[in-house]
Design a protein around this ligand. Structure first.
Ligand code: HSE
Length: 458
């Protein structure tokens, strides 16, 4: 049976509002004092007064686990207990909430499960942890009657989890499309606007603190897929299922195609898309052409944006910083404030972790990419254009791929070749695959075709 072991601190149990000093602070144990941990400490200190005025209770970082104690002492000062063994924090009886910002999925998983076993609430910004181990972690939290909150895990500064779980709770959601990785959006923006190389833009993003410890997660689309996993669970009432997401990053993206897309009136964005279709659900992350006048095309640098199409509210859009120290801290602290406000409530009366009551979460079939229908941008590098073009069109028609627009452009690297760019009508990937297999065999088509998906999102 559930018991709230902190209920003695609950404001709601008093008939009038207790003065702030009469209520014990929420005692936080912080795991990690890197970019996000240090930001959380700084913002909690700087805005202590306004946060307490909103919360009715002080939030106190009581204990911090770090590898480098001397560095940490310079950040947090003498009032905070510093330890180098994070298990001392999750096992400490005086800690109410564990904030996990060490990242990774191994030690972080053990620590979070141990905190839950000790009936402590958990706040985390660790999208990889929840995307991969979420089912186990949320089940453990439910069994123990504690909260696992994770607003900082998805599009950091944007309260998108709150929007999906609360603001849009009346809606049946049709699709979500988001720029949910700041590093790749920064790289794509710099490459387009300044013509810098992929490597230069990535180095800048790392220096600015946007990238993951392993930037491969960013540029290969994995980080966006982690976040999409959590968005889809909240939108559609499905389990967290990272392994079902189709993931394609920006490492294979050719700057020629970014420039050609621009000439045709499009921008290339790395989108995370979760969409209900007749068969079930599409879960995909890939570079995508969106019209240059679409709102998502106006999202530059490390900014993120999430667009949600729902049946009653229609299209709504959420915009904000997608990475950064205090930007993530803002979300972590919002979760701590929510926790303060929900103390003393029975778990069934809380906002469910994944927006749906645990018993209502059900798997929908996730569509195979071959069955997914989108429009495509297709570039073929072609010699002897006038002879080749009719054959190209014949192969596309034979595979059932209908042409929406066709352009012949000068090839930037080879004056002997033309770049034949085709924008298709919506078509199943399997049809395009058949067409490409035939086209790449043609002796006057050089190398592999370049393909990018396009989305309308109106
Ligand atoms: N590496 C992530 C990004 C940080 O670039 O979006 C925030 O999750």
């Amino acid at each position: 049976m559930y018991q709230d072991h902190q209920a003695s601190f609950t404001v709601g149990s008093h008939s009038s509002v207790a003065p702030l000093h009469a209520i014990a602070p929420l005692r936080v144990g912080l795991l990690g004092l890197g970019t996000v941990g240090a930001g959380t400490y700084t913002v909690l200190q700087r805005n202590a007064e306004v946060i307490a005025a909103r919360t009715g209770r002080r939030i106190e970082i009581a204990m911090v686990a770090v590898r480098n104690l001397a560095r940490a002492a310079r950040i947090v000062g003498p009032d905070v207990a510093l330890v180098d063994d994070p298990f001392l924090v999750v096992n400490h009886p005086d800690i109410d909430v564990v904030v996990e910002v060490i990242g990774g999925t191994t030690l972080a998983r053990d620590l979070v499960l141990q905190a839950i076993a000790n009936r402590k609430h958990v706040v985390t910004a660790n999208k990889a942890l929840l995307a991969v181990h979420g089912t186990e972690i949320f089940a453990a939290a439910q069994a123990q009657g504690v909260v696992v909150a994770y607003e900082g895990a998805v599009a950091v500064s944007i309260p998108i989890i709150k929007a999906l779980r609360e603001g849009l709770t009346a809606n049946r959601i049709e699709w979500i499309a988001g720029i949910i990785n700041g590093t790749t959006n920064y790289i794509l923006s710099e490459m387009r606007a300044k013509g810098v190389s992929f490597a230069e833009a990535l180095a800048d993003a790392q220096a600015l603190g946007y990238a993951e410890a392993d930037p491969a997660f960013d540029v290969q689309g994995v980080d966006a897929a982690h976040k999409l996993t959590l968005l889809a669970a909240n939108a559609f009432g499905v389990p967290v299922q990272f392994d079902k997401v189709y993931v394609e990053g920006i490492t294979e993206l050719d700057s020629v195609d970014i420039a050609f897309a621009e000439r045709l009136g499009y921008r290339v964005k790395l989108l995370g898309i979760a969409k209900r279709n007749a068969q079930g659900l599409e879960l995909r992350v890939h570079p995508t052409l969106v019209a240059a006048d679409h709102l998502l095309a106006q999202v530059h640098g490390s900014m993120n944006a999430v667009m949600v199409k729902s049946d009653a509210a229609g299209v709504t859009m959420y915009y904000g910083a997608g990475a950064g120290s205090e930007q993530t801290a803002s979300a972590v602290i919002a979760d701590l404030v929510d926790l303060c406000r929900s103390y003393g409530t029975h778990p069934r009366q809380r906002v469910p972790s994944l927006a749906f009551q645990p018993g209502a979460i059900a798997a929908l079939p996730v569509a195979a990419m071959d069955d997914v229908e989108t429009s495509y941008y297709l570039r073929l590098d072609v010699a002897k254009l006038s002879r080749t073009l009719p054959t190209v069109l014949a192969h596309l028609a034979e595979a059932g791929v209908r042409v929406q627009q066709l352009e012949v452009l000068e090839h930037p690297d080879d004056a002997e070749l033309k770049a034949l760019v085709v924008l298709t009508q919506p078509t199943q990937q399997r049809r395009l695959r058949v067409a490409l297999a035939a086209l790449e065999q043609l002796p006057t088509v050089m190398g592999f075709a370049k393909t990018l998906r396009m989305e309308d999102l109106r």
